[in-house]
Design a protein around this ligand. Sequence first.
Ligand code: MRU
Length: 369
Amino acid sequence: MLINGTPYRSIWRTDEGRVKIIDQTRLPHRFETVQLQTVEDAITAISDMLVRGAPLIGATAAYGVCLGIVGDCSDNRLETVCEGLTAARPTAVNLRWAVQRMQAVLAPLPPVERLAAAWLEAEDINEEDVRANESLGEHGLGLIRKIYEEKNQPDQPVNILTHCNAGWLATVDWGTALAPIYKAHAAGIPVHVWVDETRPRNQGAHLTAWELVGAGIDHHLIVDNSGGHLMQQGQVDLCIVGTDRTAANGDVCNKIGTYLKALAAMDNKVPFYVALPGSTVDWTLDSGDLIPIEERGEDEVLQVFGRQADSGVGLELGQVSIAPEQTRAANPAFDVTPARLVTALITERGVCTASREGLLSLYPESAQP
Ligand code: MRU
């Protein structure tokens, strides 16, 4: 995607072979890039959420494996590096998927061949993610176009609600939930996005809004509790969200609060779509109940990060406490939306029902023998 006319991805290798990322903890106020030099840098970038979003975590972990075996490609080192990366965050399955894919390619090779093969495999993982997201964007475009045509009000935009950030910043490029929106905008379909701010970390306010400003797409930021009301008022035509892990039965685990939006959507007969690349499906889990839910630190709830409203061009960034000092907080970072609340899954291979049968119709190679 373009930033001020310059094409960027959320992670990339420079001409000198260095791995660079955008520090997402500083957006939207500062655009800063960071170089990952070691596997520890990659692990910290994932756990401290300089990079976040399921596909991007996987892509970062793939490069993390490369960085981790520079100078020592032994079996022991490979094992240690892969264990460390896998433990960086628990919920998004792409992390485990990418690390296991790297391990499966590298472990059978003689150590001397591993580093070169690792860079190639990591590049493949990154490129595949870009292609998958662009492709699911095309499939999602079809759904948005249909709704636009059914509305039969050419001047009225299609109103789309999204939660958290499942845009290009959450992937290597394009995004998942936002990819169909980018495609619709490019196709000349008027779209307007309701952006949930997404407490506690405000990925909607910080990242999704920033992406949409950059793309010139009409949007409003809303507090997380607004969605149900807007749906009752007929101001939401469809919801599209991402997922950090999709169980084999079509249950989806996404940013905390997604479940409540799906409930409100069902009650108001608003289509609720979930967009994902195949790397986000966990075929080992029969149900979303089994997905580990990350519990993050209390400070994310007790404080908010931002820029002082009156700081002018000085950009004074910082944390502000919003609760009594004695108050404790709980911070489950994800919830599970049961498949019955999901209208359909949008994948790089097409649109399917949120069910085992639906997923297997697109990914038949994942059927158990
Ligand atoms: O905690 P995060 O920011 O890594 O969580 C990311 C999400 O939950 C996003 O909504 C996204 O849908 C999944 S990745 C495209």
